[in-house]
Design a protein around this ligand. Structure first.
Ligand SMILES: Nc1ncnc2c1ncn2[C@@H]1O[C@H](COP(=O)(O)OP(=O)(O)OP(=O)(O)O)[C@@H](O)[C@H]1O
Length: 829
């Protein structure tokens, strides 16, 4: 090939360092006046050259990756140069177009276009597409029209986002058609379109947002089978994580039941289906690390005993801890939820200040008698012949001396104010000069083990030790689940405005340290260690994760520690794809670390992702769906979903009964439930019925009574009746449900028995809507029923939920005359 050269024009020569540009076999070379040169290899070209002519000279835009300009060239030479260059790079561009088509086919037609593939595609495609966009004439002159047809189409999408949306849509539609047969039969029922789409979308990150009974399990099973059937991956590279062992077994059974439907079913076909703990154990075992579980793992009582013993020993070693506990178990303000204050003397006080006085007298070994008067309790110091009281009614926090040998003293104290420990100590010291304050006592008694033992004994006997254990044990649990450092603990306490944050942090850090040492001594780990150790193993690259696809069930209840393990598997693995399946309406495990924000703020967590929704439910009818959905969506933080039901009914199937048994003239949950069960079974003898209560203990006696009843009368089979808590009902279903615990008490529904402020500060953050988690619990309860949900509510002690159901325009059947009257009076208002 003859060498083509272009020189600067005579005027242009003044403005450029360029001596001349030359076109050789595989590059454009620019030679400069000072002797240097620069090559632009054809392989870097992404389009055709463009020429810009002006009056005296021309500029060539080469069409390489940077679209380099060569300016001030003689126009005639520039034109010839540009035409020759176009001919030279034509085969290169053709090859690149071919490569793009191959990539496009592979990444967007043969599989779901992933966000990571989109980057690859964009890198390859966009430079050529931009060149084409600006230089279409030259392209059309140099390339056959069929080769750039695809470009013309792509150009219509304007942005890469629109293009990817179109490619994905295209792929989904094509796959729905091509794999119709498979999706028709792979589960026991043909998959719905929504379910099919959830199966098909195989982005790097996927969220399947579902509602109860919409076939999450079916989708997970079908998705795994689909990946294997299409050879996207092999079974041993799929990991399915279930919330508990029962769910893992169900997934395994449903998977195995359908493997014969696969095209090539003689390869080993078991994905790893396990719980998070099972996964952690699997990882640790592979790395030959210990997995023996501590004695605490399955028995919280043993942990309670350990903590009690630890407090005993720790106080014995350092009595300061005793005073720290004593001064912080209750808080010095009127918002304290305690209504009774336990004291070392065994007396029960009514205010925090009385609690302080009582304990101070007790540890000073001053005998006193506590008398409950009308307005306040009084302390009669028997040997001093003094009587004092704490005037709480006035809200001034002053000590009143009711009786004193020297009457003059009486008025002196009436002016004093004091809410906190120091102030009360000062006030009491005026009355009893030999009284020692706590700081003095700490030093004095550090060496006195008899004294310490006595204190511990009283601390235990009066119930304060139990209070301390009950308070710190959940904190220990929360700290371990959230893997909080001492600094994080303190930050959370301070952030939650907790009084004595420093002392609480100090105590909790001591406990957590001792607990780790205890586990070390046992040569064992607990469930939290298991997850955390597995995380360490993966992040330290001691194990290369083998999975290409990870599917996680019940994602709405995942904890931060679990998510971190998951994230480590994805980051350390080889292009791992994550599918999270969850229902934000069913997030009910915050107390054990479940963090709903991981679902509601999924994008913040993982970046770009594909969302699929499952909104058609097969379990229950429109009546149950409407009531349950309306109730849970009252909280604006919950995703809005429009649930469609397979079953349609015209009458409400949610019933509200009271607990009053007319012909016995008494109130009884049990009898009401029994009557309902009998009535249901009269109509449908084979029906399954679940009785659901807020706390397990509420079911124990009920279950016993039912057992007796069923063996006496044989009116129903024990195996037809189930007893679940709202929590344990997760994932289960029955033909009919009977919902209990609707009263306004600590153990009612919504439960008033709120978490202690300390553990509340350590748990994952919660949304602000009142009773939000309890609200979701009711949603879970209602949606267990296939046909009918029966609520039995207390007449006398009305639950907030009951009031809401009566007042909030819910389409329910109220069978109770009493509640109906209430309802109509609400409607009249
Ligand atoms: N496409 C379908 N057609 C008919 N029935 C279906 C379909 N998909 C699922 N089902 C049925 O719906 C019921 C609920 O399915 P599944 O247990 O998978 O729901 P889920 O979403 O896990 O529910 P939950 O969140 O309440 O535990 C099952 O009986 C299942 O067989």
């Amino acid at each position: 090939m003859s060498v083509i050269t272009a020189y600067p024009s005579s005027i242009g020569n003044f403005f450029t360092y360029l001596k001349y540009a030359q076109l050789n076999d595989n590059a454009v070379v620019a030679y400069f006046k000072l002797g240097a040169s620069k090559s632009y290899h054809f392989s870097t070209f992404v389009g055709f050259p463009q020429i810009q002519q002006s009056y005296l000279h021309s500029t060539i835009y080469l069409g390489d990756y940077n679209n380099t300009q060569i300016r001030f060239l003689k126009s005639t030479q520039a034109k010839a140069f540009s035409e020759a260059l176009a001919k030279n790079i034509q085969p290169i561009i053709l090859a690149k177009l071919k490569a793009i088509q191959i990539t496009l086919k592979k990444l967007a037609f043969d599989e779901f276009l992933r966000d990571s593939s989109l980057n690859i595609l964009a890198e390859q495609l966009l430079p050529l597409l931009n060149n084409y966009r600006n230089n279409q004439d030259v392209w059309h002159k140099n390339i056959y029209s069929e080769s750039i047809d695809v470009f013309k189409k792509l150009l219509n999408f304007n942005t890469i986002e629109k293009l990817s949306a179109a490619l994905r849509h295209n792929y989904e539609q094509a796959t729905l058609q091509a794999r119709k047969q498979f999706y028709d039969v792979i589960e026991s029922n043909p998959l719905t379109i929504e379910q099919r789409l959830a199966v098909i979308r195989d982005n790097d990150k996927n969220l399947i947002l579902a509602a109860a009974g919409t076939g999450k399990t079916s989708v997970m099973v079908a998705k795994a089978l689909d990946l294997i059937d299409r050879k996207t991956t092999s079974a041993d590279k799929i990991l399915i994580l279930a919330y508990n062992k029962a769910a893992a077994s169900e997934l395994t059974a449903r998977f195995n039941k359908n493997t014969h439907k696969l095209a090539n079913n003689n390869s080993p076909l078991t994905p790893h289906i396990m719980t998070f703990h099972g996964l952690a154990r699997f990882i640790l075992t592979q790395c030959n690390l210990p997995t023996a579980l501590s004695i605490f793992a399955d028995d919280a009582n043993k942990q309670t005993s350990w903590l009690t013993l630890w407090f005993n020993q720790a106080i014995n070693q350092n009595i300061k801890l005793f005073y720290q506990l004593l001064s912080t178990l209750y808080v010095p303000d009127n918002t304290s939820s305690a209504s009774i204050y336990l004291t070392l003397s065994g007396d029960k006080m009514r205010t925090y200040q009385e609690f302080l006085i009582s304990n101070l007298l007790f540890i000073n070994e001053i005998d006193f008698k506590y008398e409950l008067l009308q307005q306040h309790g009084s302390f009669h110091l028997t040997s001093e012949n003094i009587k004092v009281a704490f005037d709480n009614n006035k809200g001034l926090g002053r000590i009143i001396v009711l009786d004193y040998p020297n009457k003059k003293m009486i008025n002196r104290f009436n002016q004093n104010k004091g809410f906190d420990q120091k102030n009360i100590e000062q006030q009491l010291k005026i009355i009893i000069p030999h009284l020692k304050n706590t700081d003095e006592l700490v030093n004095q008694y550090q060496q006195n083990s008899r004294y310490k033992n006595t204190l511990i004994k009283h601390f235990t006997d009066c119930g304060l030790m139990k209070l301390a254990v009950d308070r710190y044990q959940p904190c220990l649990q929360a700290q371990r689940t959230e893997r909080l450092s001492p600094r994080e603990i303190k930050t959370r306490f301070v952030h939650a405005n907790i009084i004595n944050s420093e002392i609480h942090t100090d105590i909790l850090v001591k406990i957590t340290k001792a607990y780790s040492e205890e586990l070390h001594q046992q040569k064992a780990i607990d469930f939290d260690d298991m997850i955390n150790n597995a995380y360490d193993v993966v992040t330290q690259k001691m194990l290369m994760p083998q999975w290409s696809h990870i599917l996680v069930d019940e994602f709405q209840d995942i904890s931060n520690a679990r998510y971190q393990l998951l994230d480590a598997l994805i980051t350390q693995g080889n292009q791992v794809k994550l599918t999270a399946v969850g229902d934000d309406w069913q997030s009910i495990y915050r107390f054990s670390g479940g963090d709903l924000t991981l679902t509601t703020q999924f994008e913040k967590l993982v970046g770009r992702y594909s969302l699929s929704k499952l909104q058609k439910t097969f379990r229950y009818n429109n009546s149950i769906a409407e009531v349950a959905g309306q109730f849970v969506m009252k909280n604006p933080e919950q995703y809005k979903k429009h649930i469609v039901t397979h079953e349609q009914v015209s009458q409400p199937q949610v019933f509200l009964h009271d607990d009053y048994i007319e012909h016995h003239n008494k109130k009884s949950y049990y009898d009401k439930a029994l009557n309902l069960i009998k009535n249901i079974l009269k109509r449908s003898p084979q029906a399954s019925i679940a009785v659901i209560a807020r706390y397990r203990f509420q079911l124990t006696s009920l279950r016993e009574k039912f057992k007796q009843q069923s063996s006496n009368s044989h009116s129903f089979l024990e195996s037809q009746i189930f007893f679940w808590t709202y929590h344990s009902a997760k994932g289960l279903e029955a033909d009919y449900v009977i919902l209990l615990s609707f009263d306004n008490s600590d153990f009612g529904f919504p439960a008033k028995n709120k978490n202690d402020v300390l553990v509340e500060a350590l748990l994952p953050s919660a949304d602000d809507f009142p009773n939000s988690e309890e609200r979701r619990l009711l949603y879970v309860g209602l949606t267990r029923a296939k046909y009918q949900a029966h609520i039995i509510a207390s007449q006398e002690n009305t639950s907030e939920f009951n009031n809401e159901l009566l007042s909030g325009n819910y389409n329910i059947q109220v069978t109770s005359t009493y509640f109906n009257e209430q309802r109509s009076s609400i409607e009249l208002m």
